[in-house]
Design a protein around this ligand. Structure first.
Ligand code: GLA
Length: 404
């Protein structure tokens, strides 16, 4: 009997030691689309299929976007007799597998949402107490990505709750990218690497440059409040484990210039690039921004280092991101309302990242300069960089050591 108990304990122990998140996923920041910012709970089978078609037709798939994620509101209010979640019968009349298979048939991946609490943020059944049942169901459907929220979690320990779901996903046998959505309340960057592949760093984003909108117990944050709040947790982010600055609001009402800044900053910050707009009616300008391969390449750089704020002078902010092979991405942002004349002497502004120890050596190395939005070359670091940056706009550059 004693032997039996210790055998079981031993097995349990070795299982818990072995349990880990799915490996080799998200080695660069995940790219995709999520339904929440535009559609809330108003989602259905046709929408997912239309978005998958748009990924292919608009060149988003070619640009690297991969995951189509259904957020809150996909379920019926009750579990079935076996405690399985049930797709909402009006929204998903053919079940979820039909939708997942369609997304897979386009060469894309499918993501779904649930919550660590007893109910989701929109009041649907959460996973608390049903983690293993839910993970098994997702694996059966062929789900590739789980966003896991933090509503209705009174008395739950955050790290423990995410660990339970991580282990349930592992036990399902399917590699599922685990997206922690805990809003930064319990500093998930300090324990998230072990549990998942990305973690939200703030409460929900809203489509504005610099606003904060209160909702009683919580507030939505615009693009710059989010950046400013979490610019200093860069050391926690890297290949396989990313600071998630939230689904993007590109195409959701800011000016085209502000959208360019938003997109470029998410790229610089090595944040997951998850679109949040209606791709079926997106303007050409919005798609041009979202499919800019030079900007995306900065985000997808193999080093995965989050940018730091280099200088902040008057209306101009300069951000720097070390890239692989000695390259750098440098962003000049005009935070003001009037056009800004740039005259930047590289030799006078040493670029050095204390975190990674990387340094741009303009005195010994000449760098060629490429403008990622204008798609043109801008000389080298031997001479001052000159140009005009419009109100709330950006000049995003990639610097490459010149080969002699
Ligand atoms: C929370 C999350 C959002 C979204 C909603 C869904 O607010 O932070 O991203 O998933 O819940 O209800």
């Amino acid at each position: 009997m004693k032997l039996g108990i210790s055998l079981v304990l031993g097995l349990l122990l070795s299982f818990s030691v072995m349990a880990q998140k799915a490996q080799n996923l998200a080695l660069t920041p995940p790219m995709g689309w999520n339904s929440w910012n535009t559609f809330g709970t108003d989602i259905n089978e046709q929408l997912v299929k239309d978005i998958a078609d748009a990924f292919v037709k608009l060149g988003l798939k070619d640009a690297g976007y991969e995951y189509i994620v259904l957020d809150d509101g996909w379920m019926a209010m009750e579990r079935d007799d076996n405690y399985n979640l049930v797709p909402h019968p009006d929204k998903f009349p053919n079940g979820m597998k039909e939708v997942v298979d369609y997304v897979h048939s386009k060469g894309l991946k499918f993501g779904i949402y649930n919550c660590a609490g007893a109910t989701t943020c929109a009041g649907y059944p959460g996973s608390r107490g049903f983690e293993y049942i839910d993970a098994k169901l997702y694996a059966e459907w062929g789900v590739d990505f789980l966003k896991y929220d933090w509503c209705d979690t009174e008395n739950l320990n955050a790290k423990g709750a995410y660990q339970t779901m991580r282990d349930a996903l592992q036990a399902s046998g399917r590699p599922i990218l685990f997206s922690i959505c805990e809003w930064g309340d319990n500093e998930p960057w300090k324990w998230g690497e072990e549990m998942g592949h990305m973690w939200r760093v703030t409460g929900d984003i809203i489509n504005c440059w610099d606003c904060t909108v209160g909702h009683g117990t919580w507030a939505s944050l615009g693009v710059w409040p989010i950046i400013k709040l979490r610019k200093d947790i860069r050391k926690y982010s890297g290949p396989g484990h990313w600071n998630d600055f939230d689904m993007m609001e590109v195409g959701n009402g800011m000016t085209p210039a502000e959208d360019r800044v938003h997109f470029a900053m998410w790229a610089m910050l090595a944040s997951p690039l998850i679109m949040g707009n209606d791709l079926r009616s997106a303007s050409d300008e919005t798609i041009k921004t979202l499919t800019n391969k030079e900007v995306i390449a900065i985000n997808q750089d193999a080093l995965g280092i989050q940018a730091y704020c280099h200088t902040n002078e008057g209306d101009m902010e300069v951000w720097a991101k070390p890239l692989a092979n000695g390259e750098w991405a440098i962003a000049f942002i005009n935070m003001g309302q009037k056009p800004l004349q740039l005259d930047f002497d590289w030799a006078w502004h040493p670029v050095k990242d204390d975190l990674s120890g990387r340094e741009m050596s303009v005195n010994t190395i000449e760098y060629t300069i490429r403008d990622a939005y204008a798609h043109k070359d801008r000389g080298t670091t031997k001479v001052n960089l000159k140009g005009e940056i419009g109100a709330h706009d950006i000049m995003l550059l990639r610097l490459t050591p010149k080969k002699e």
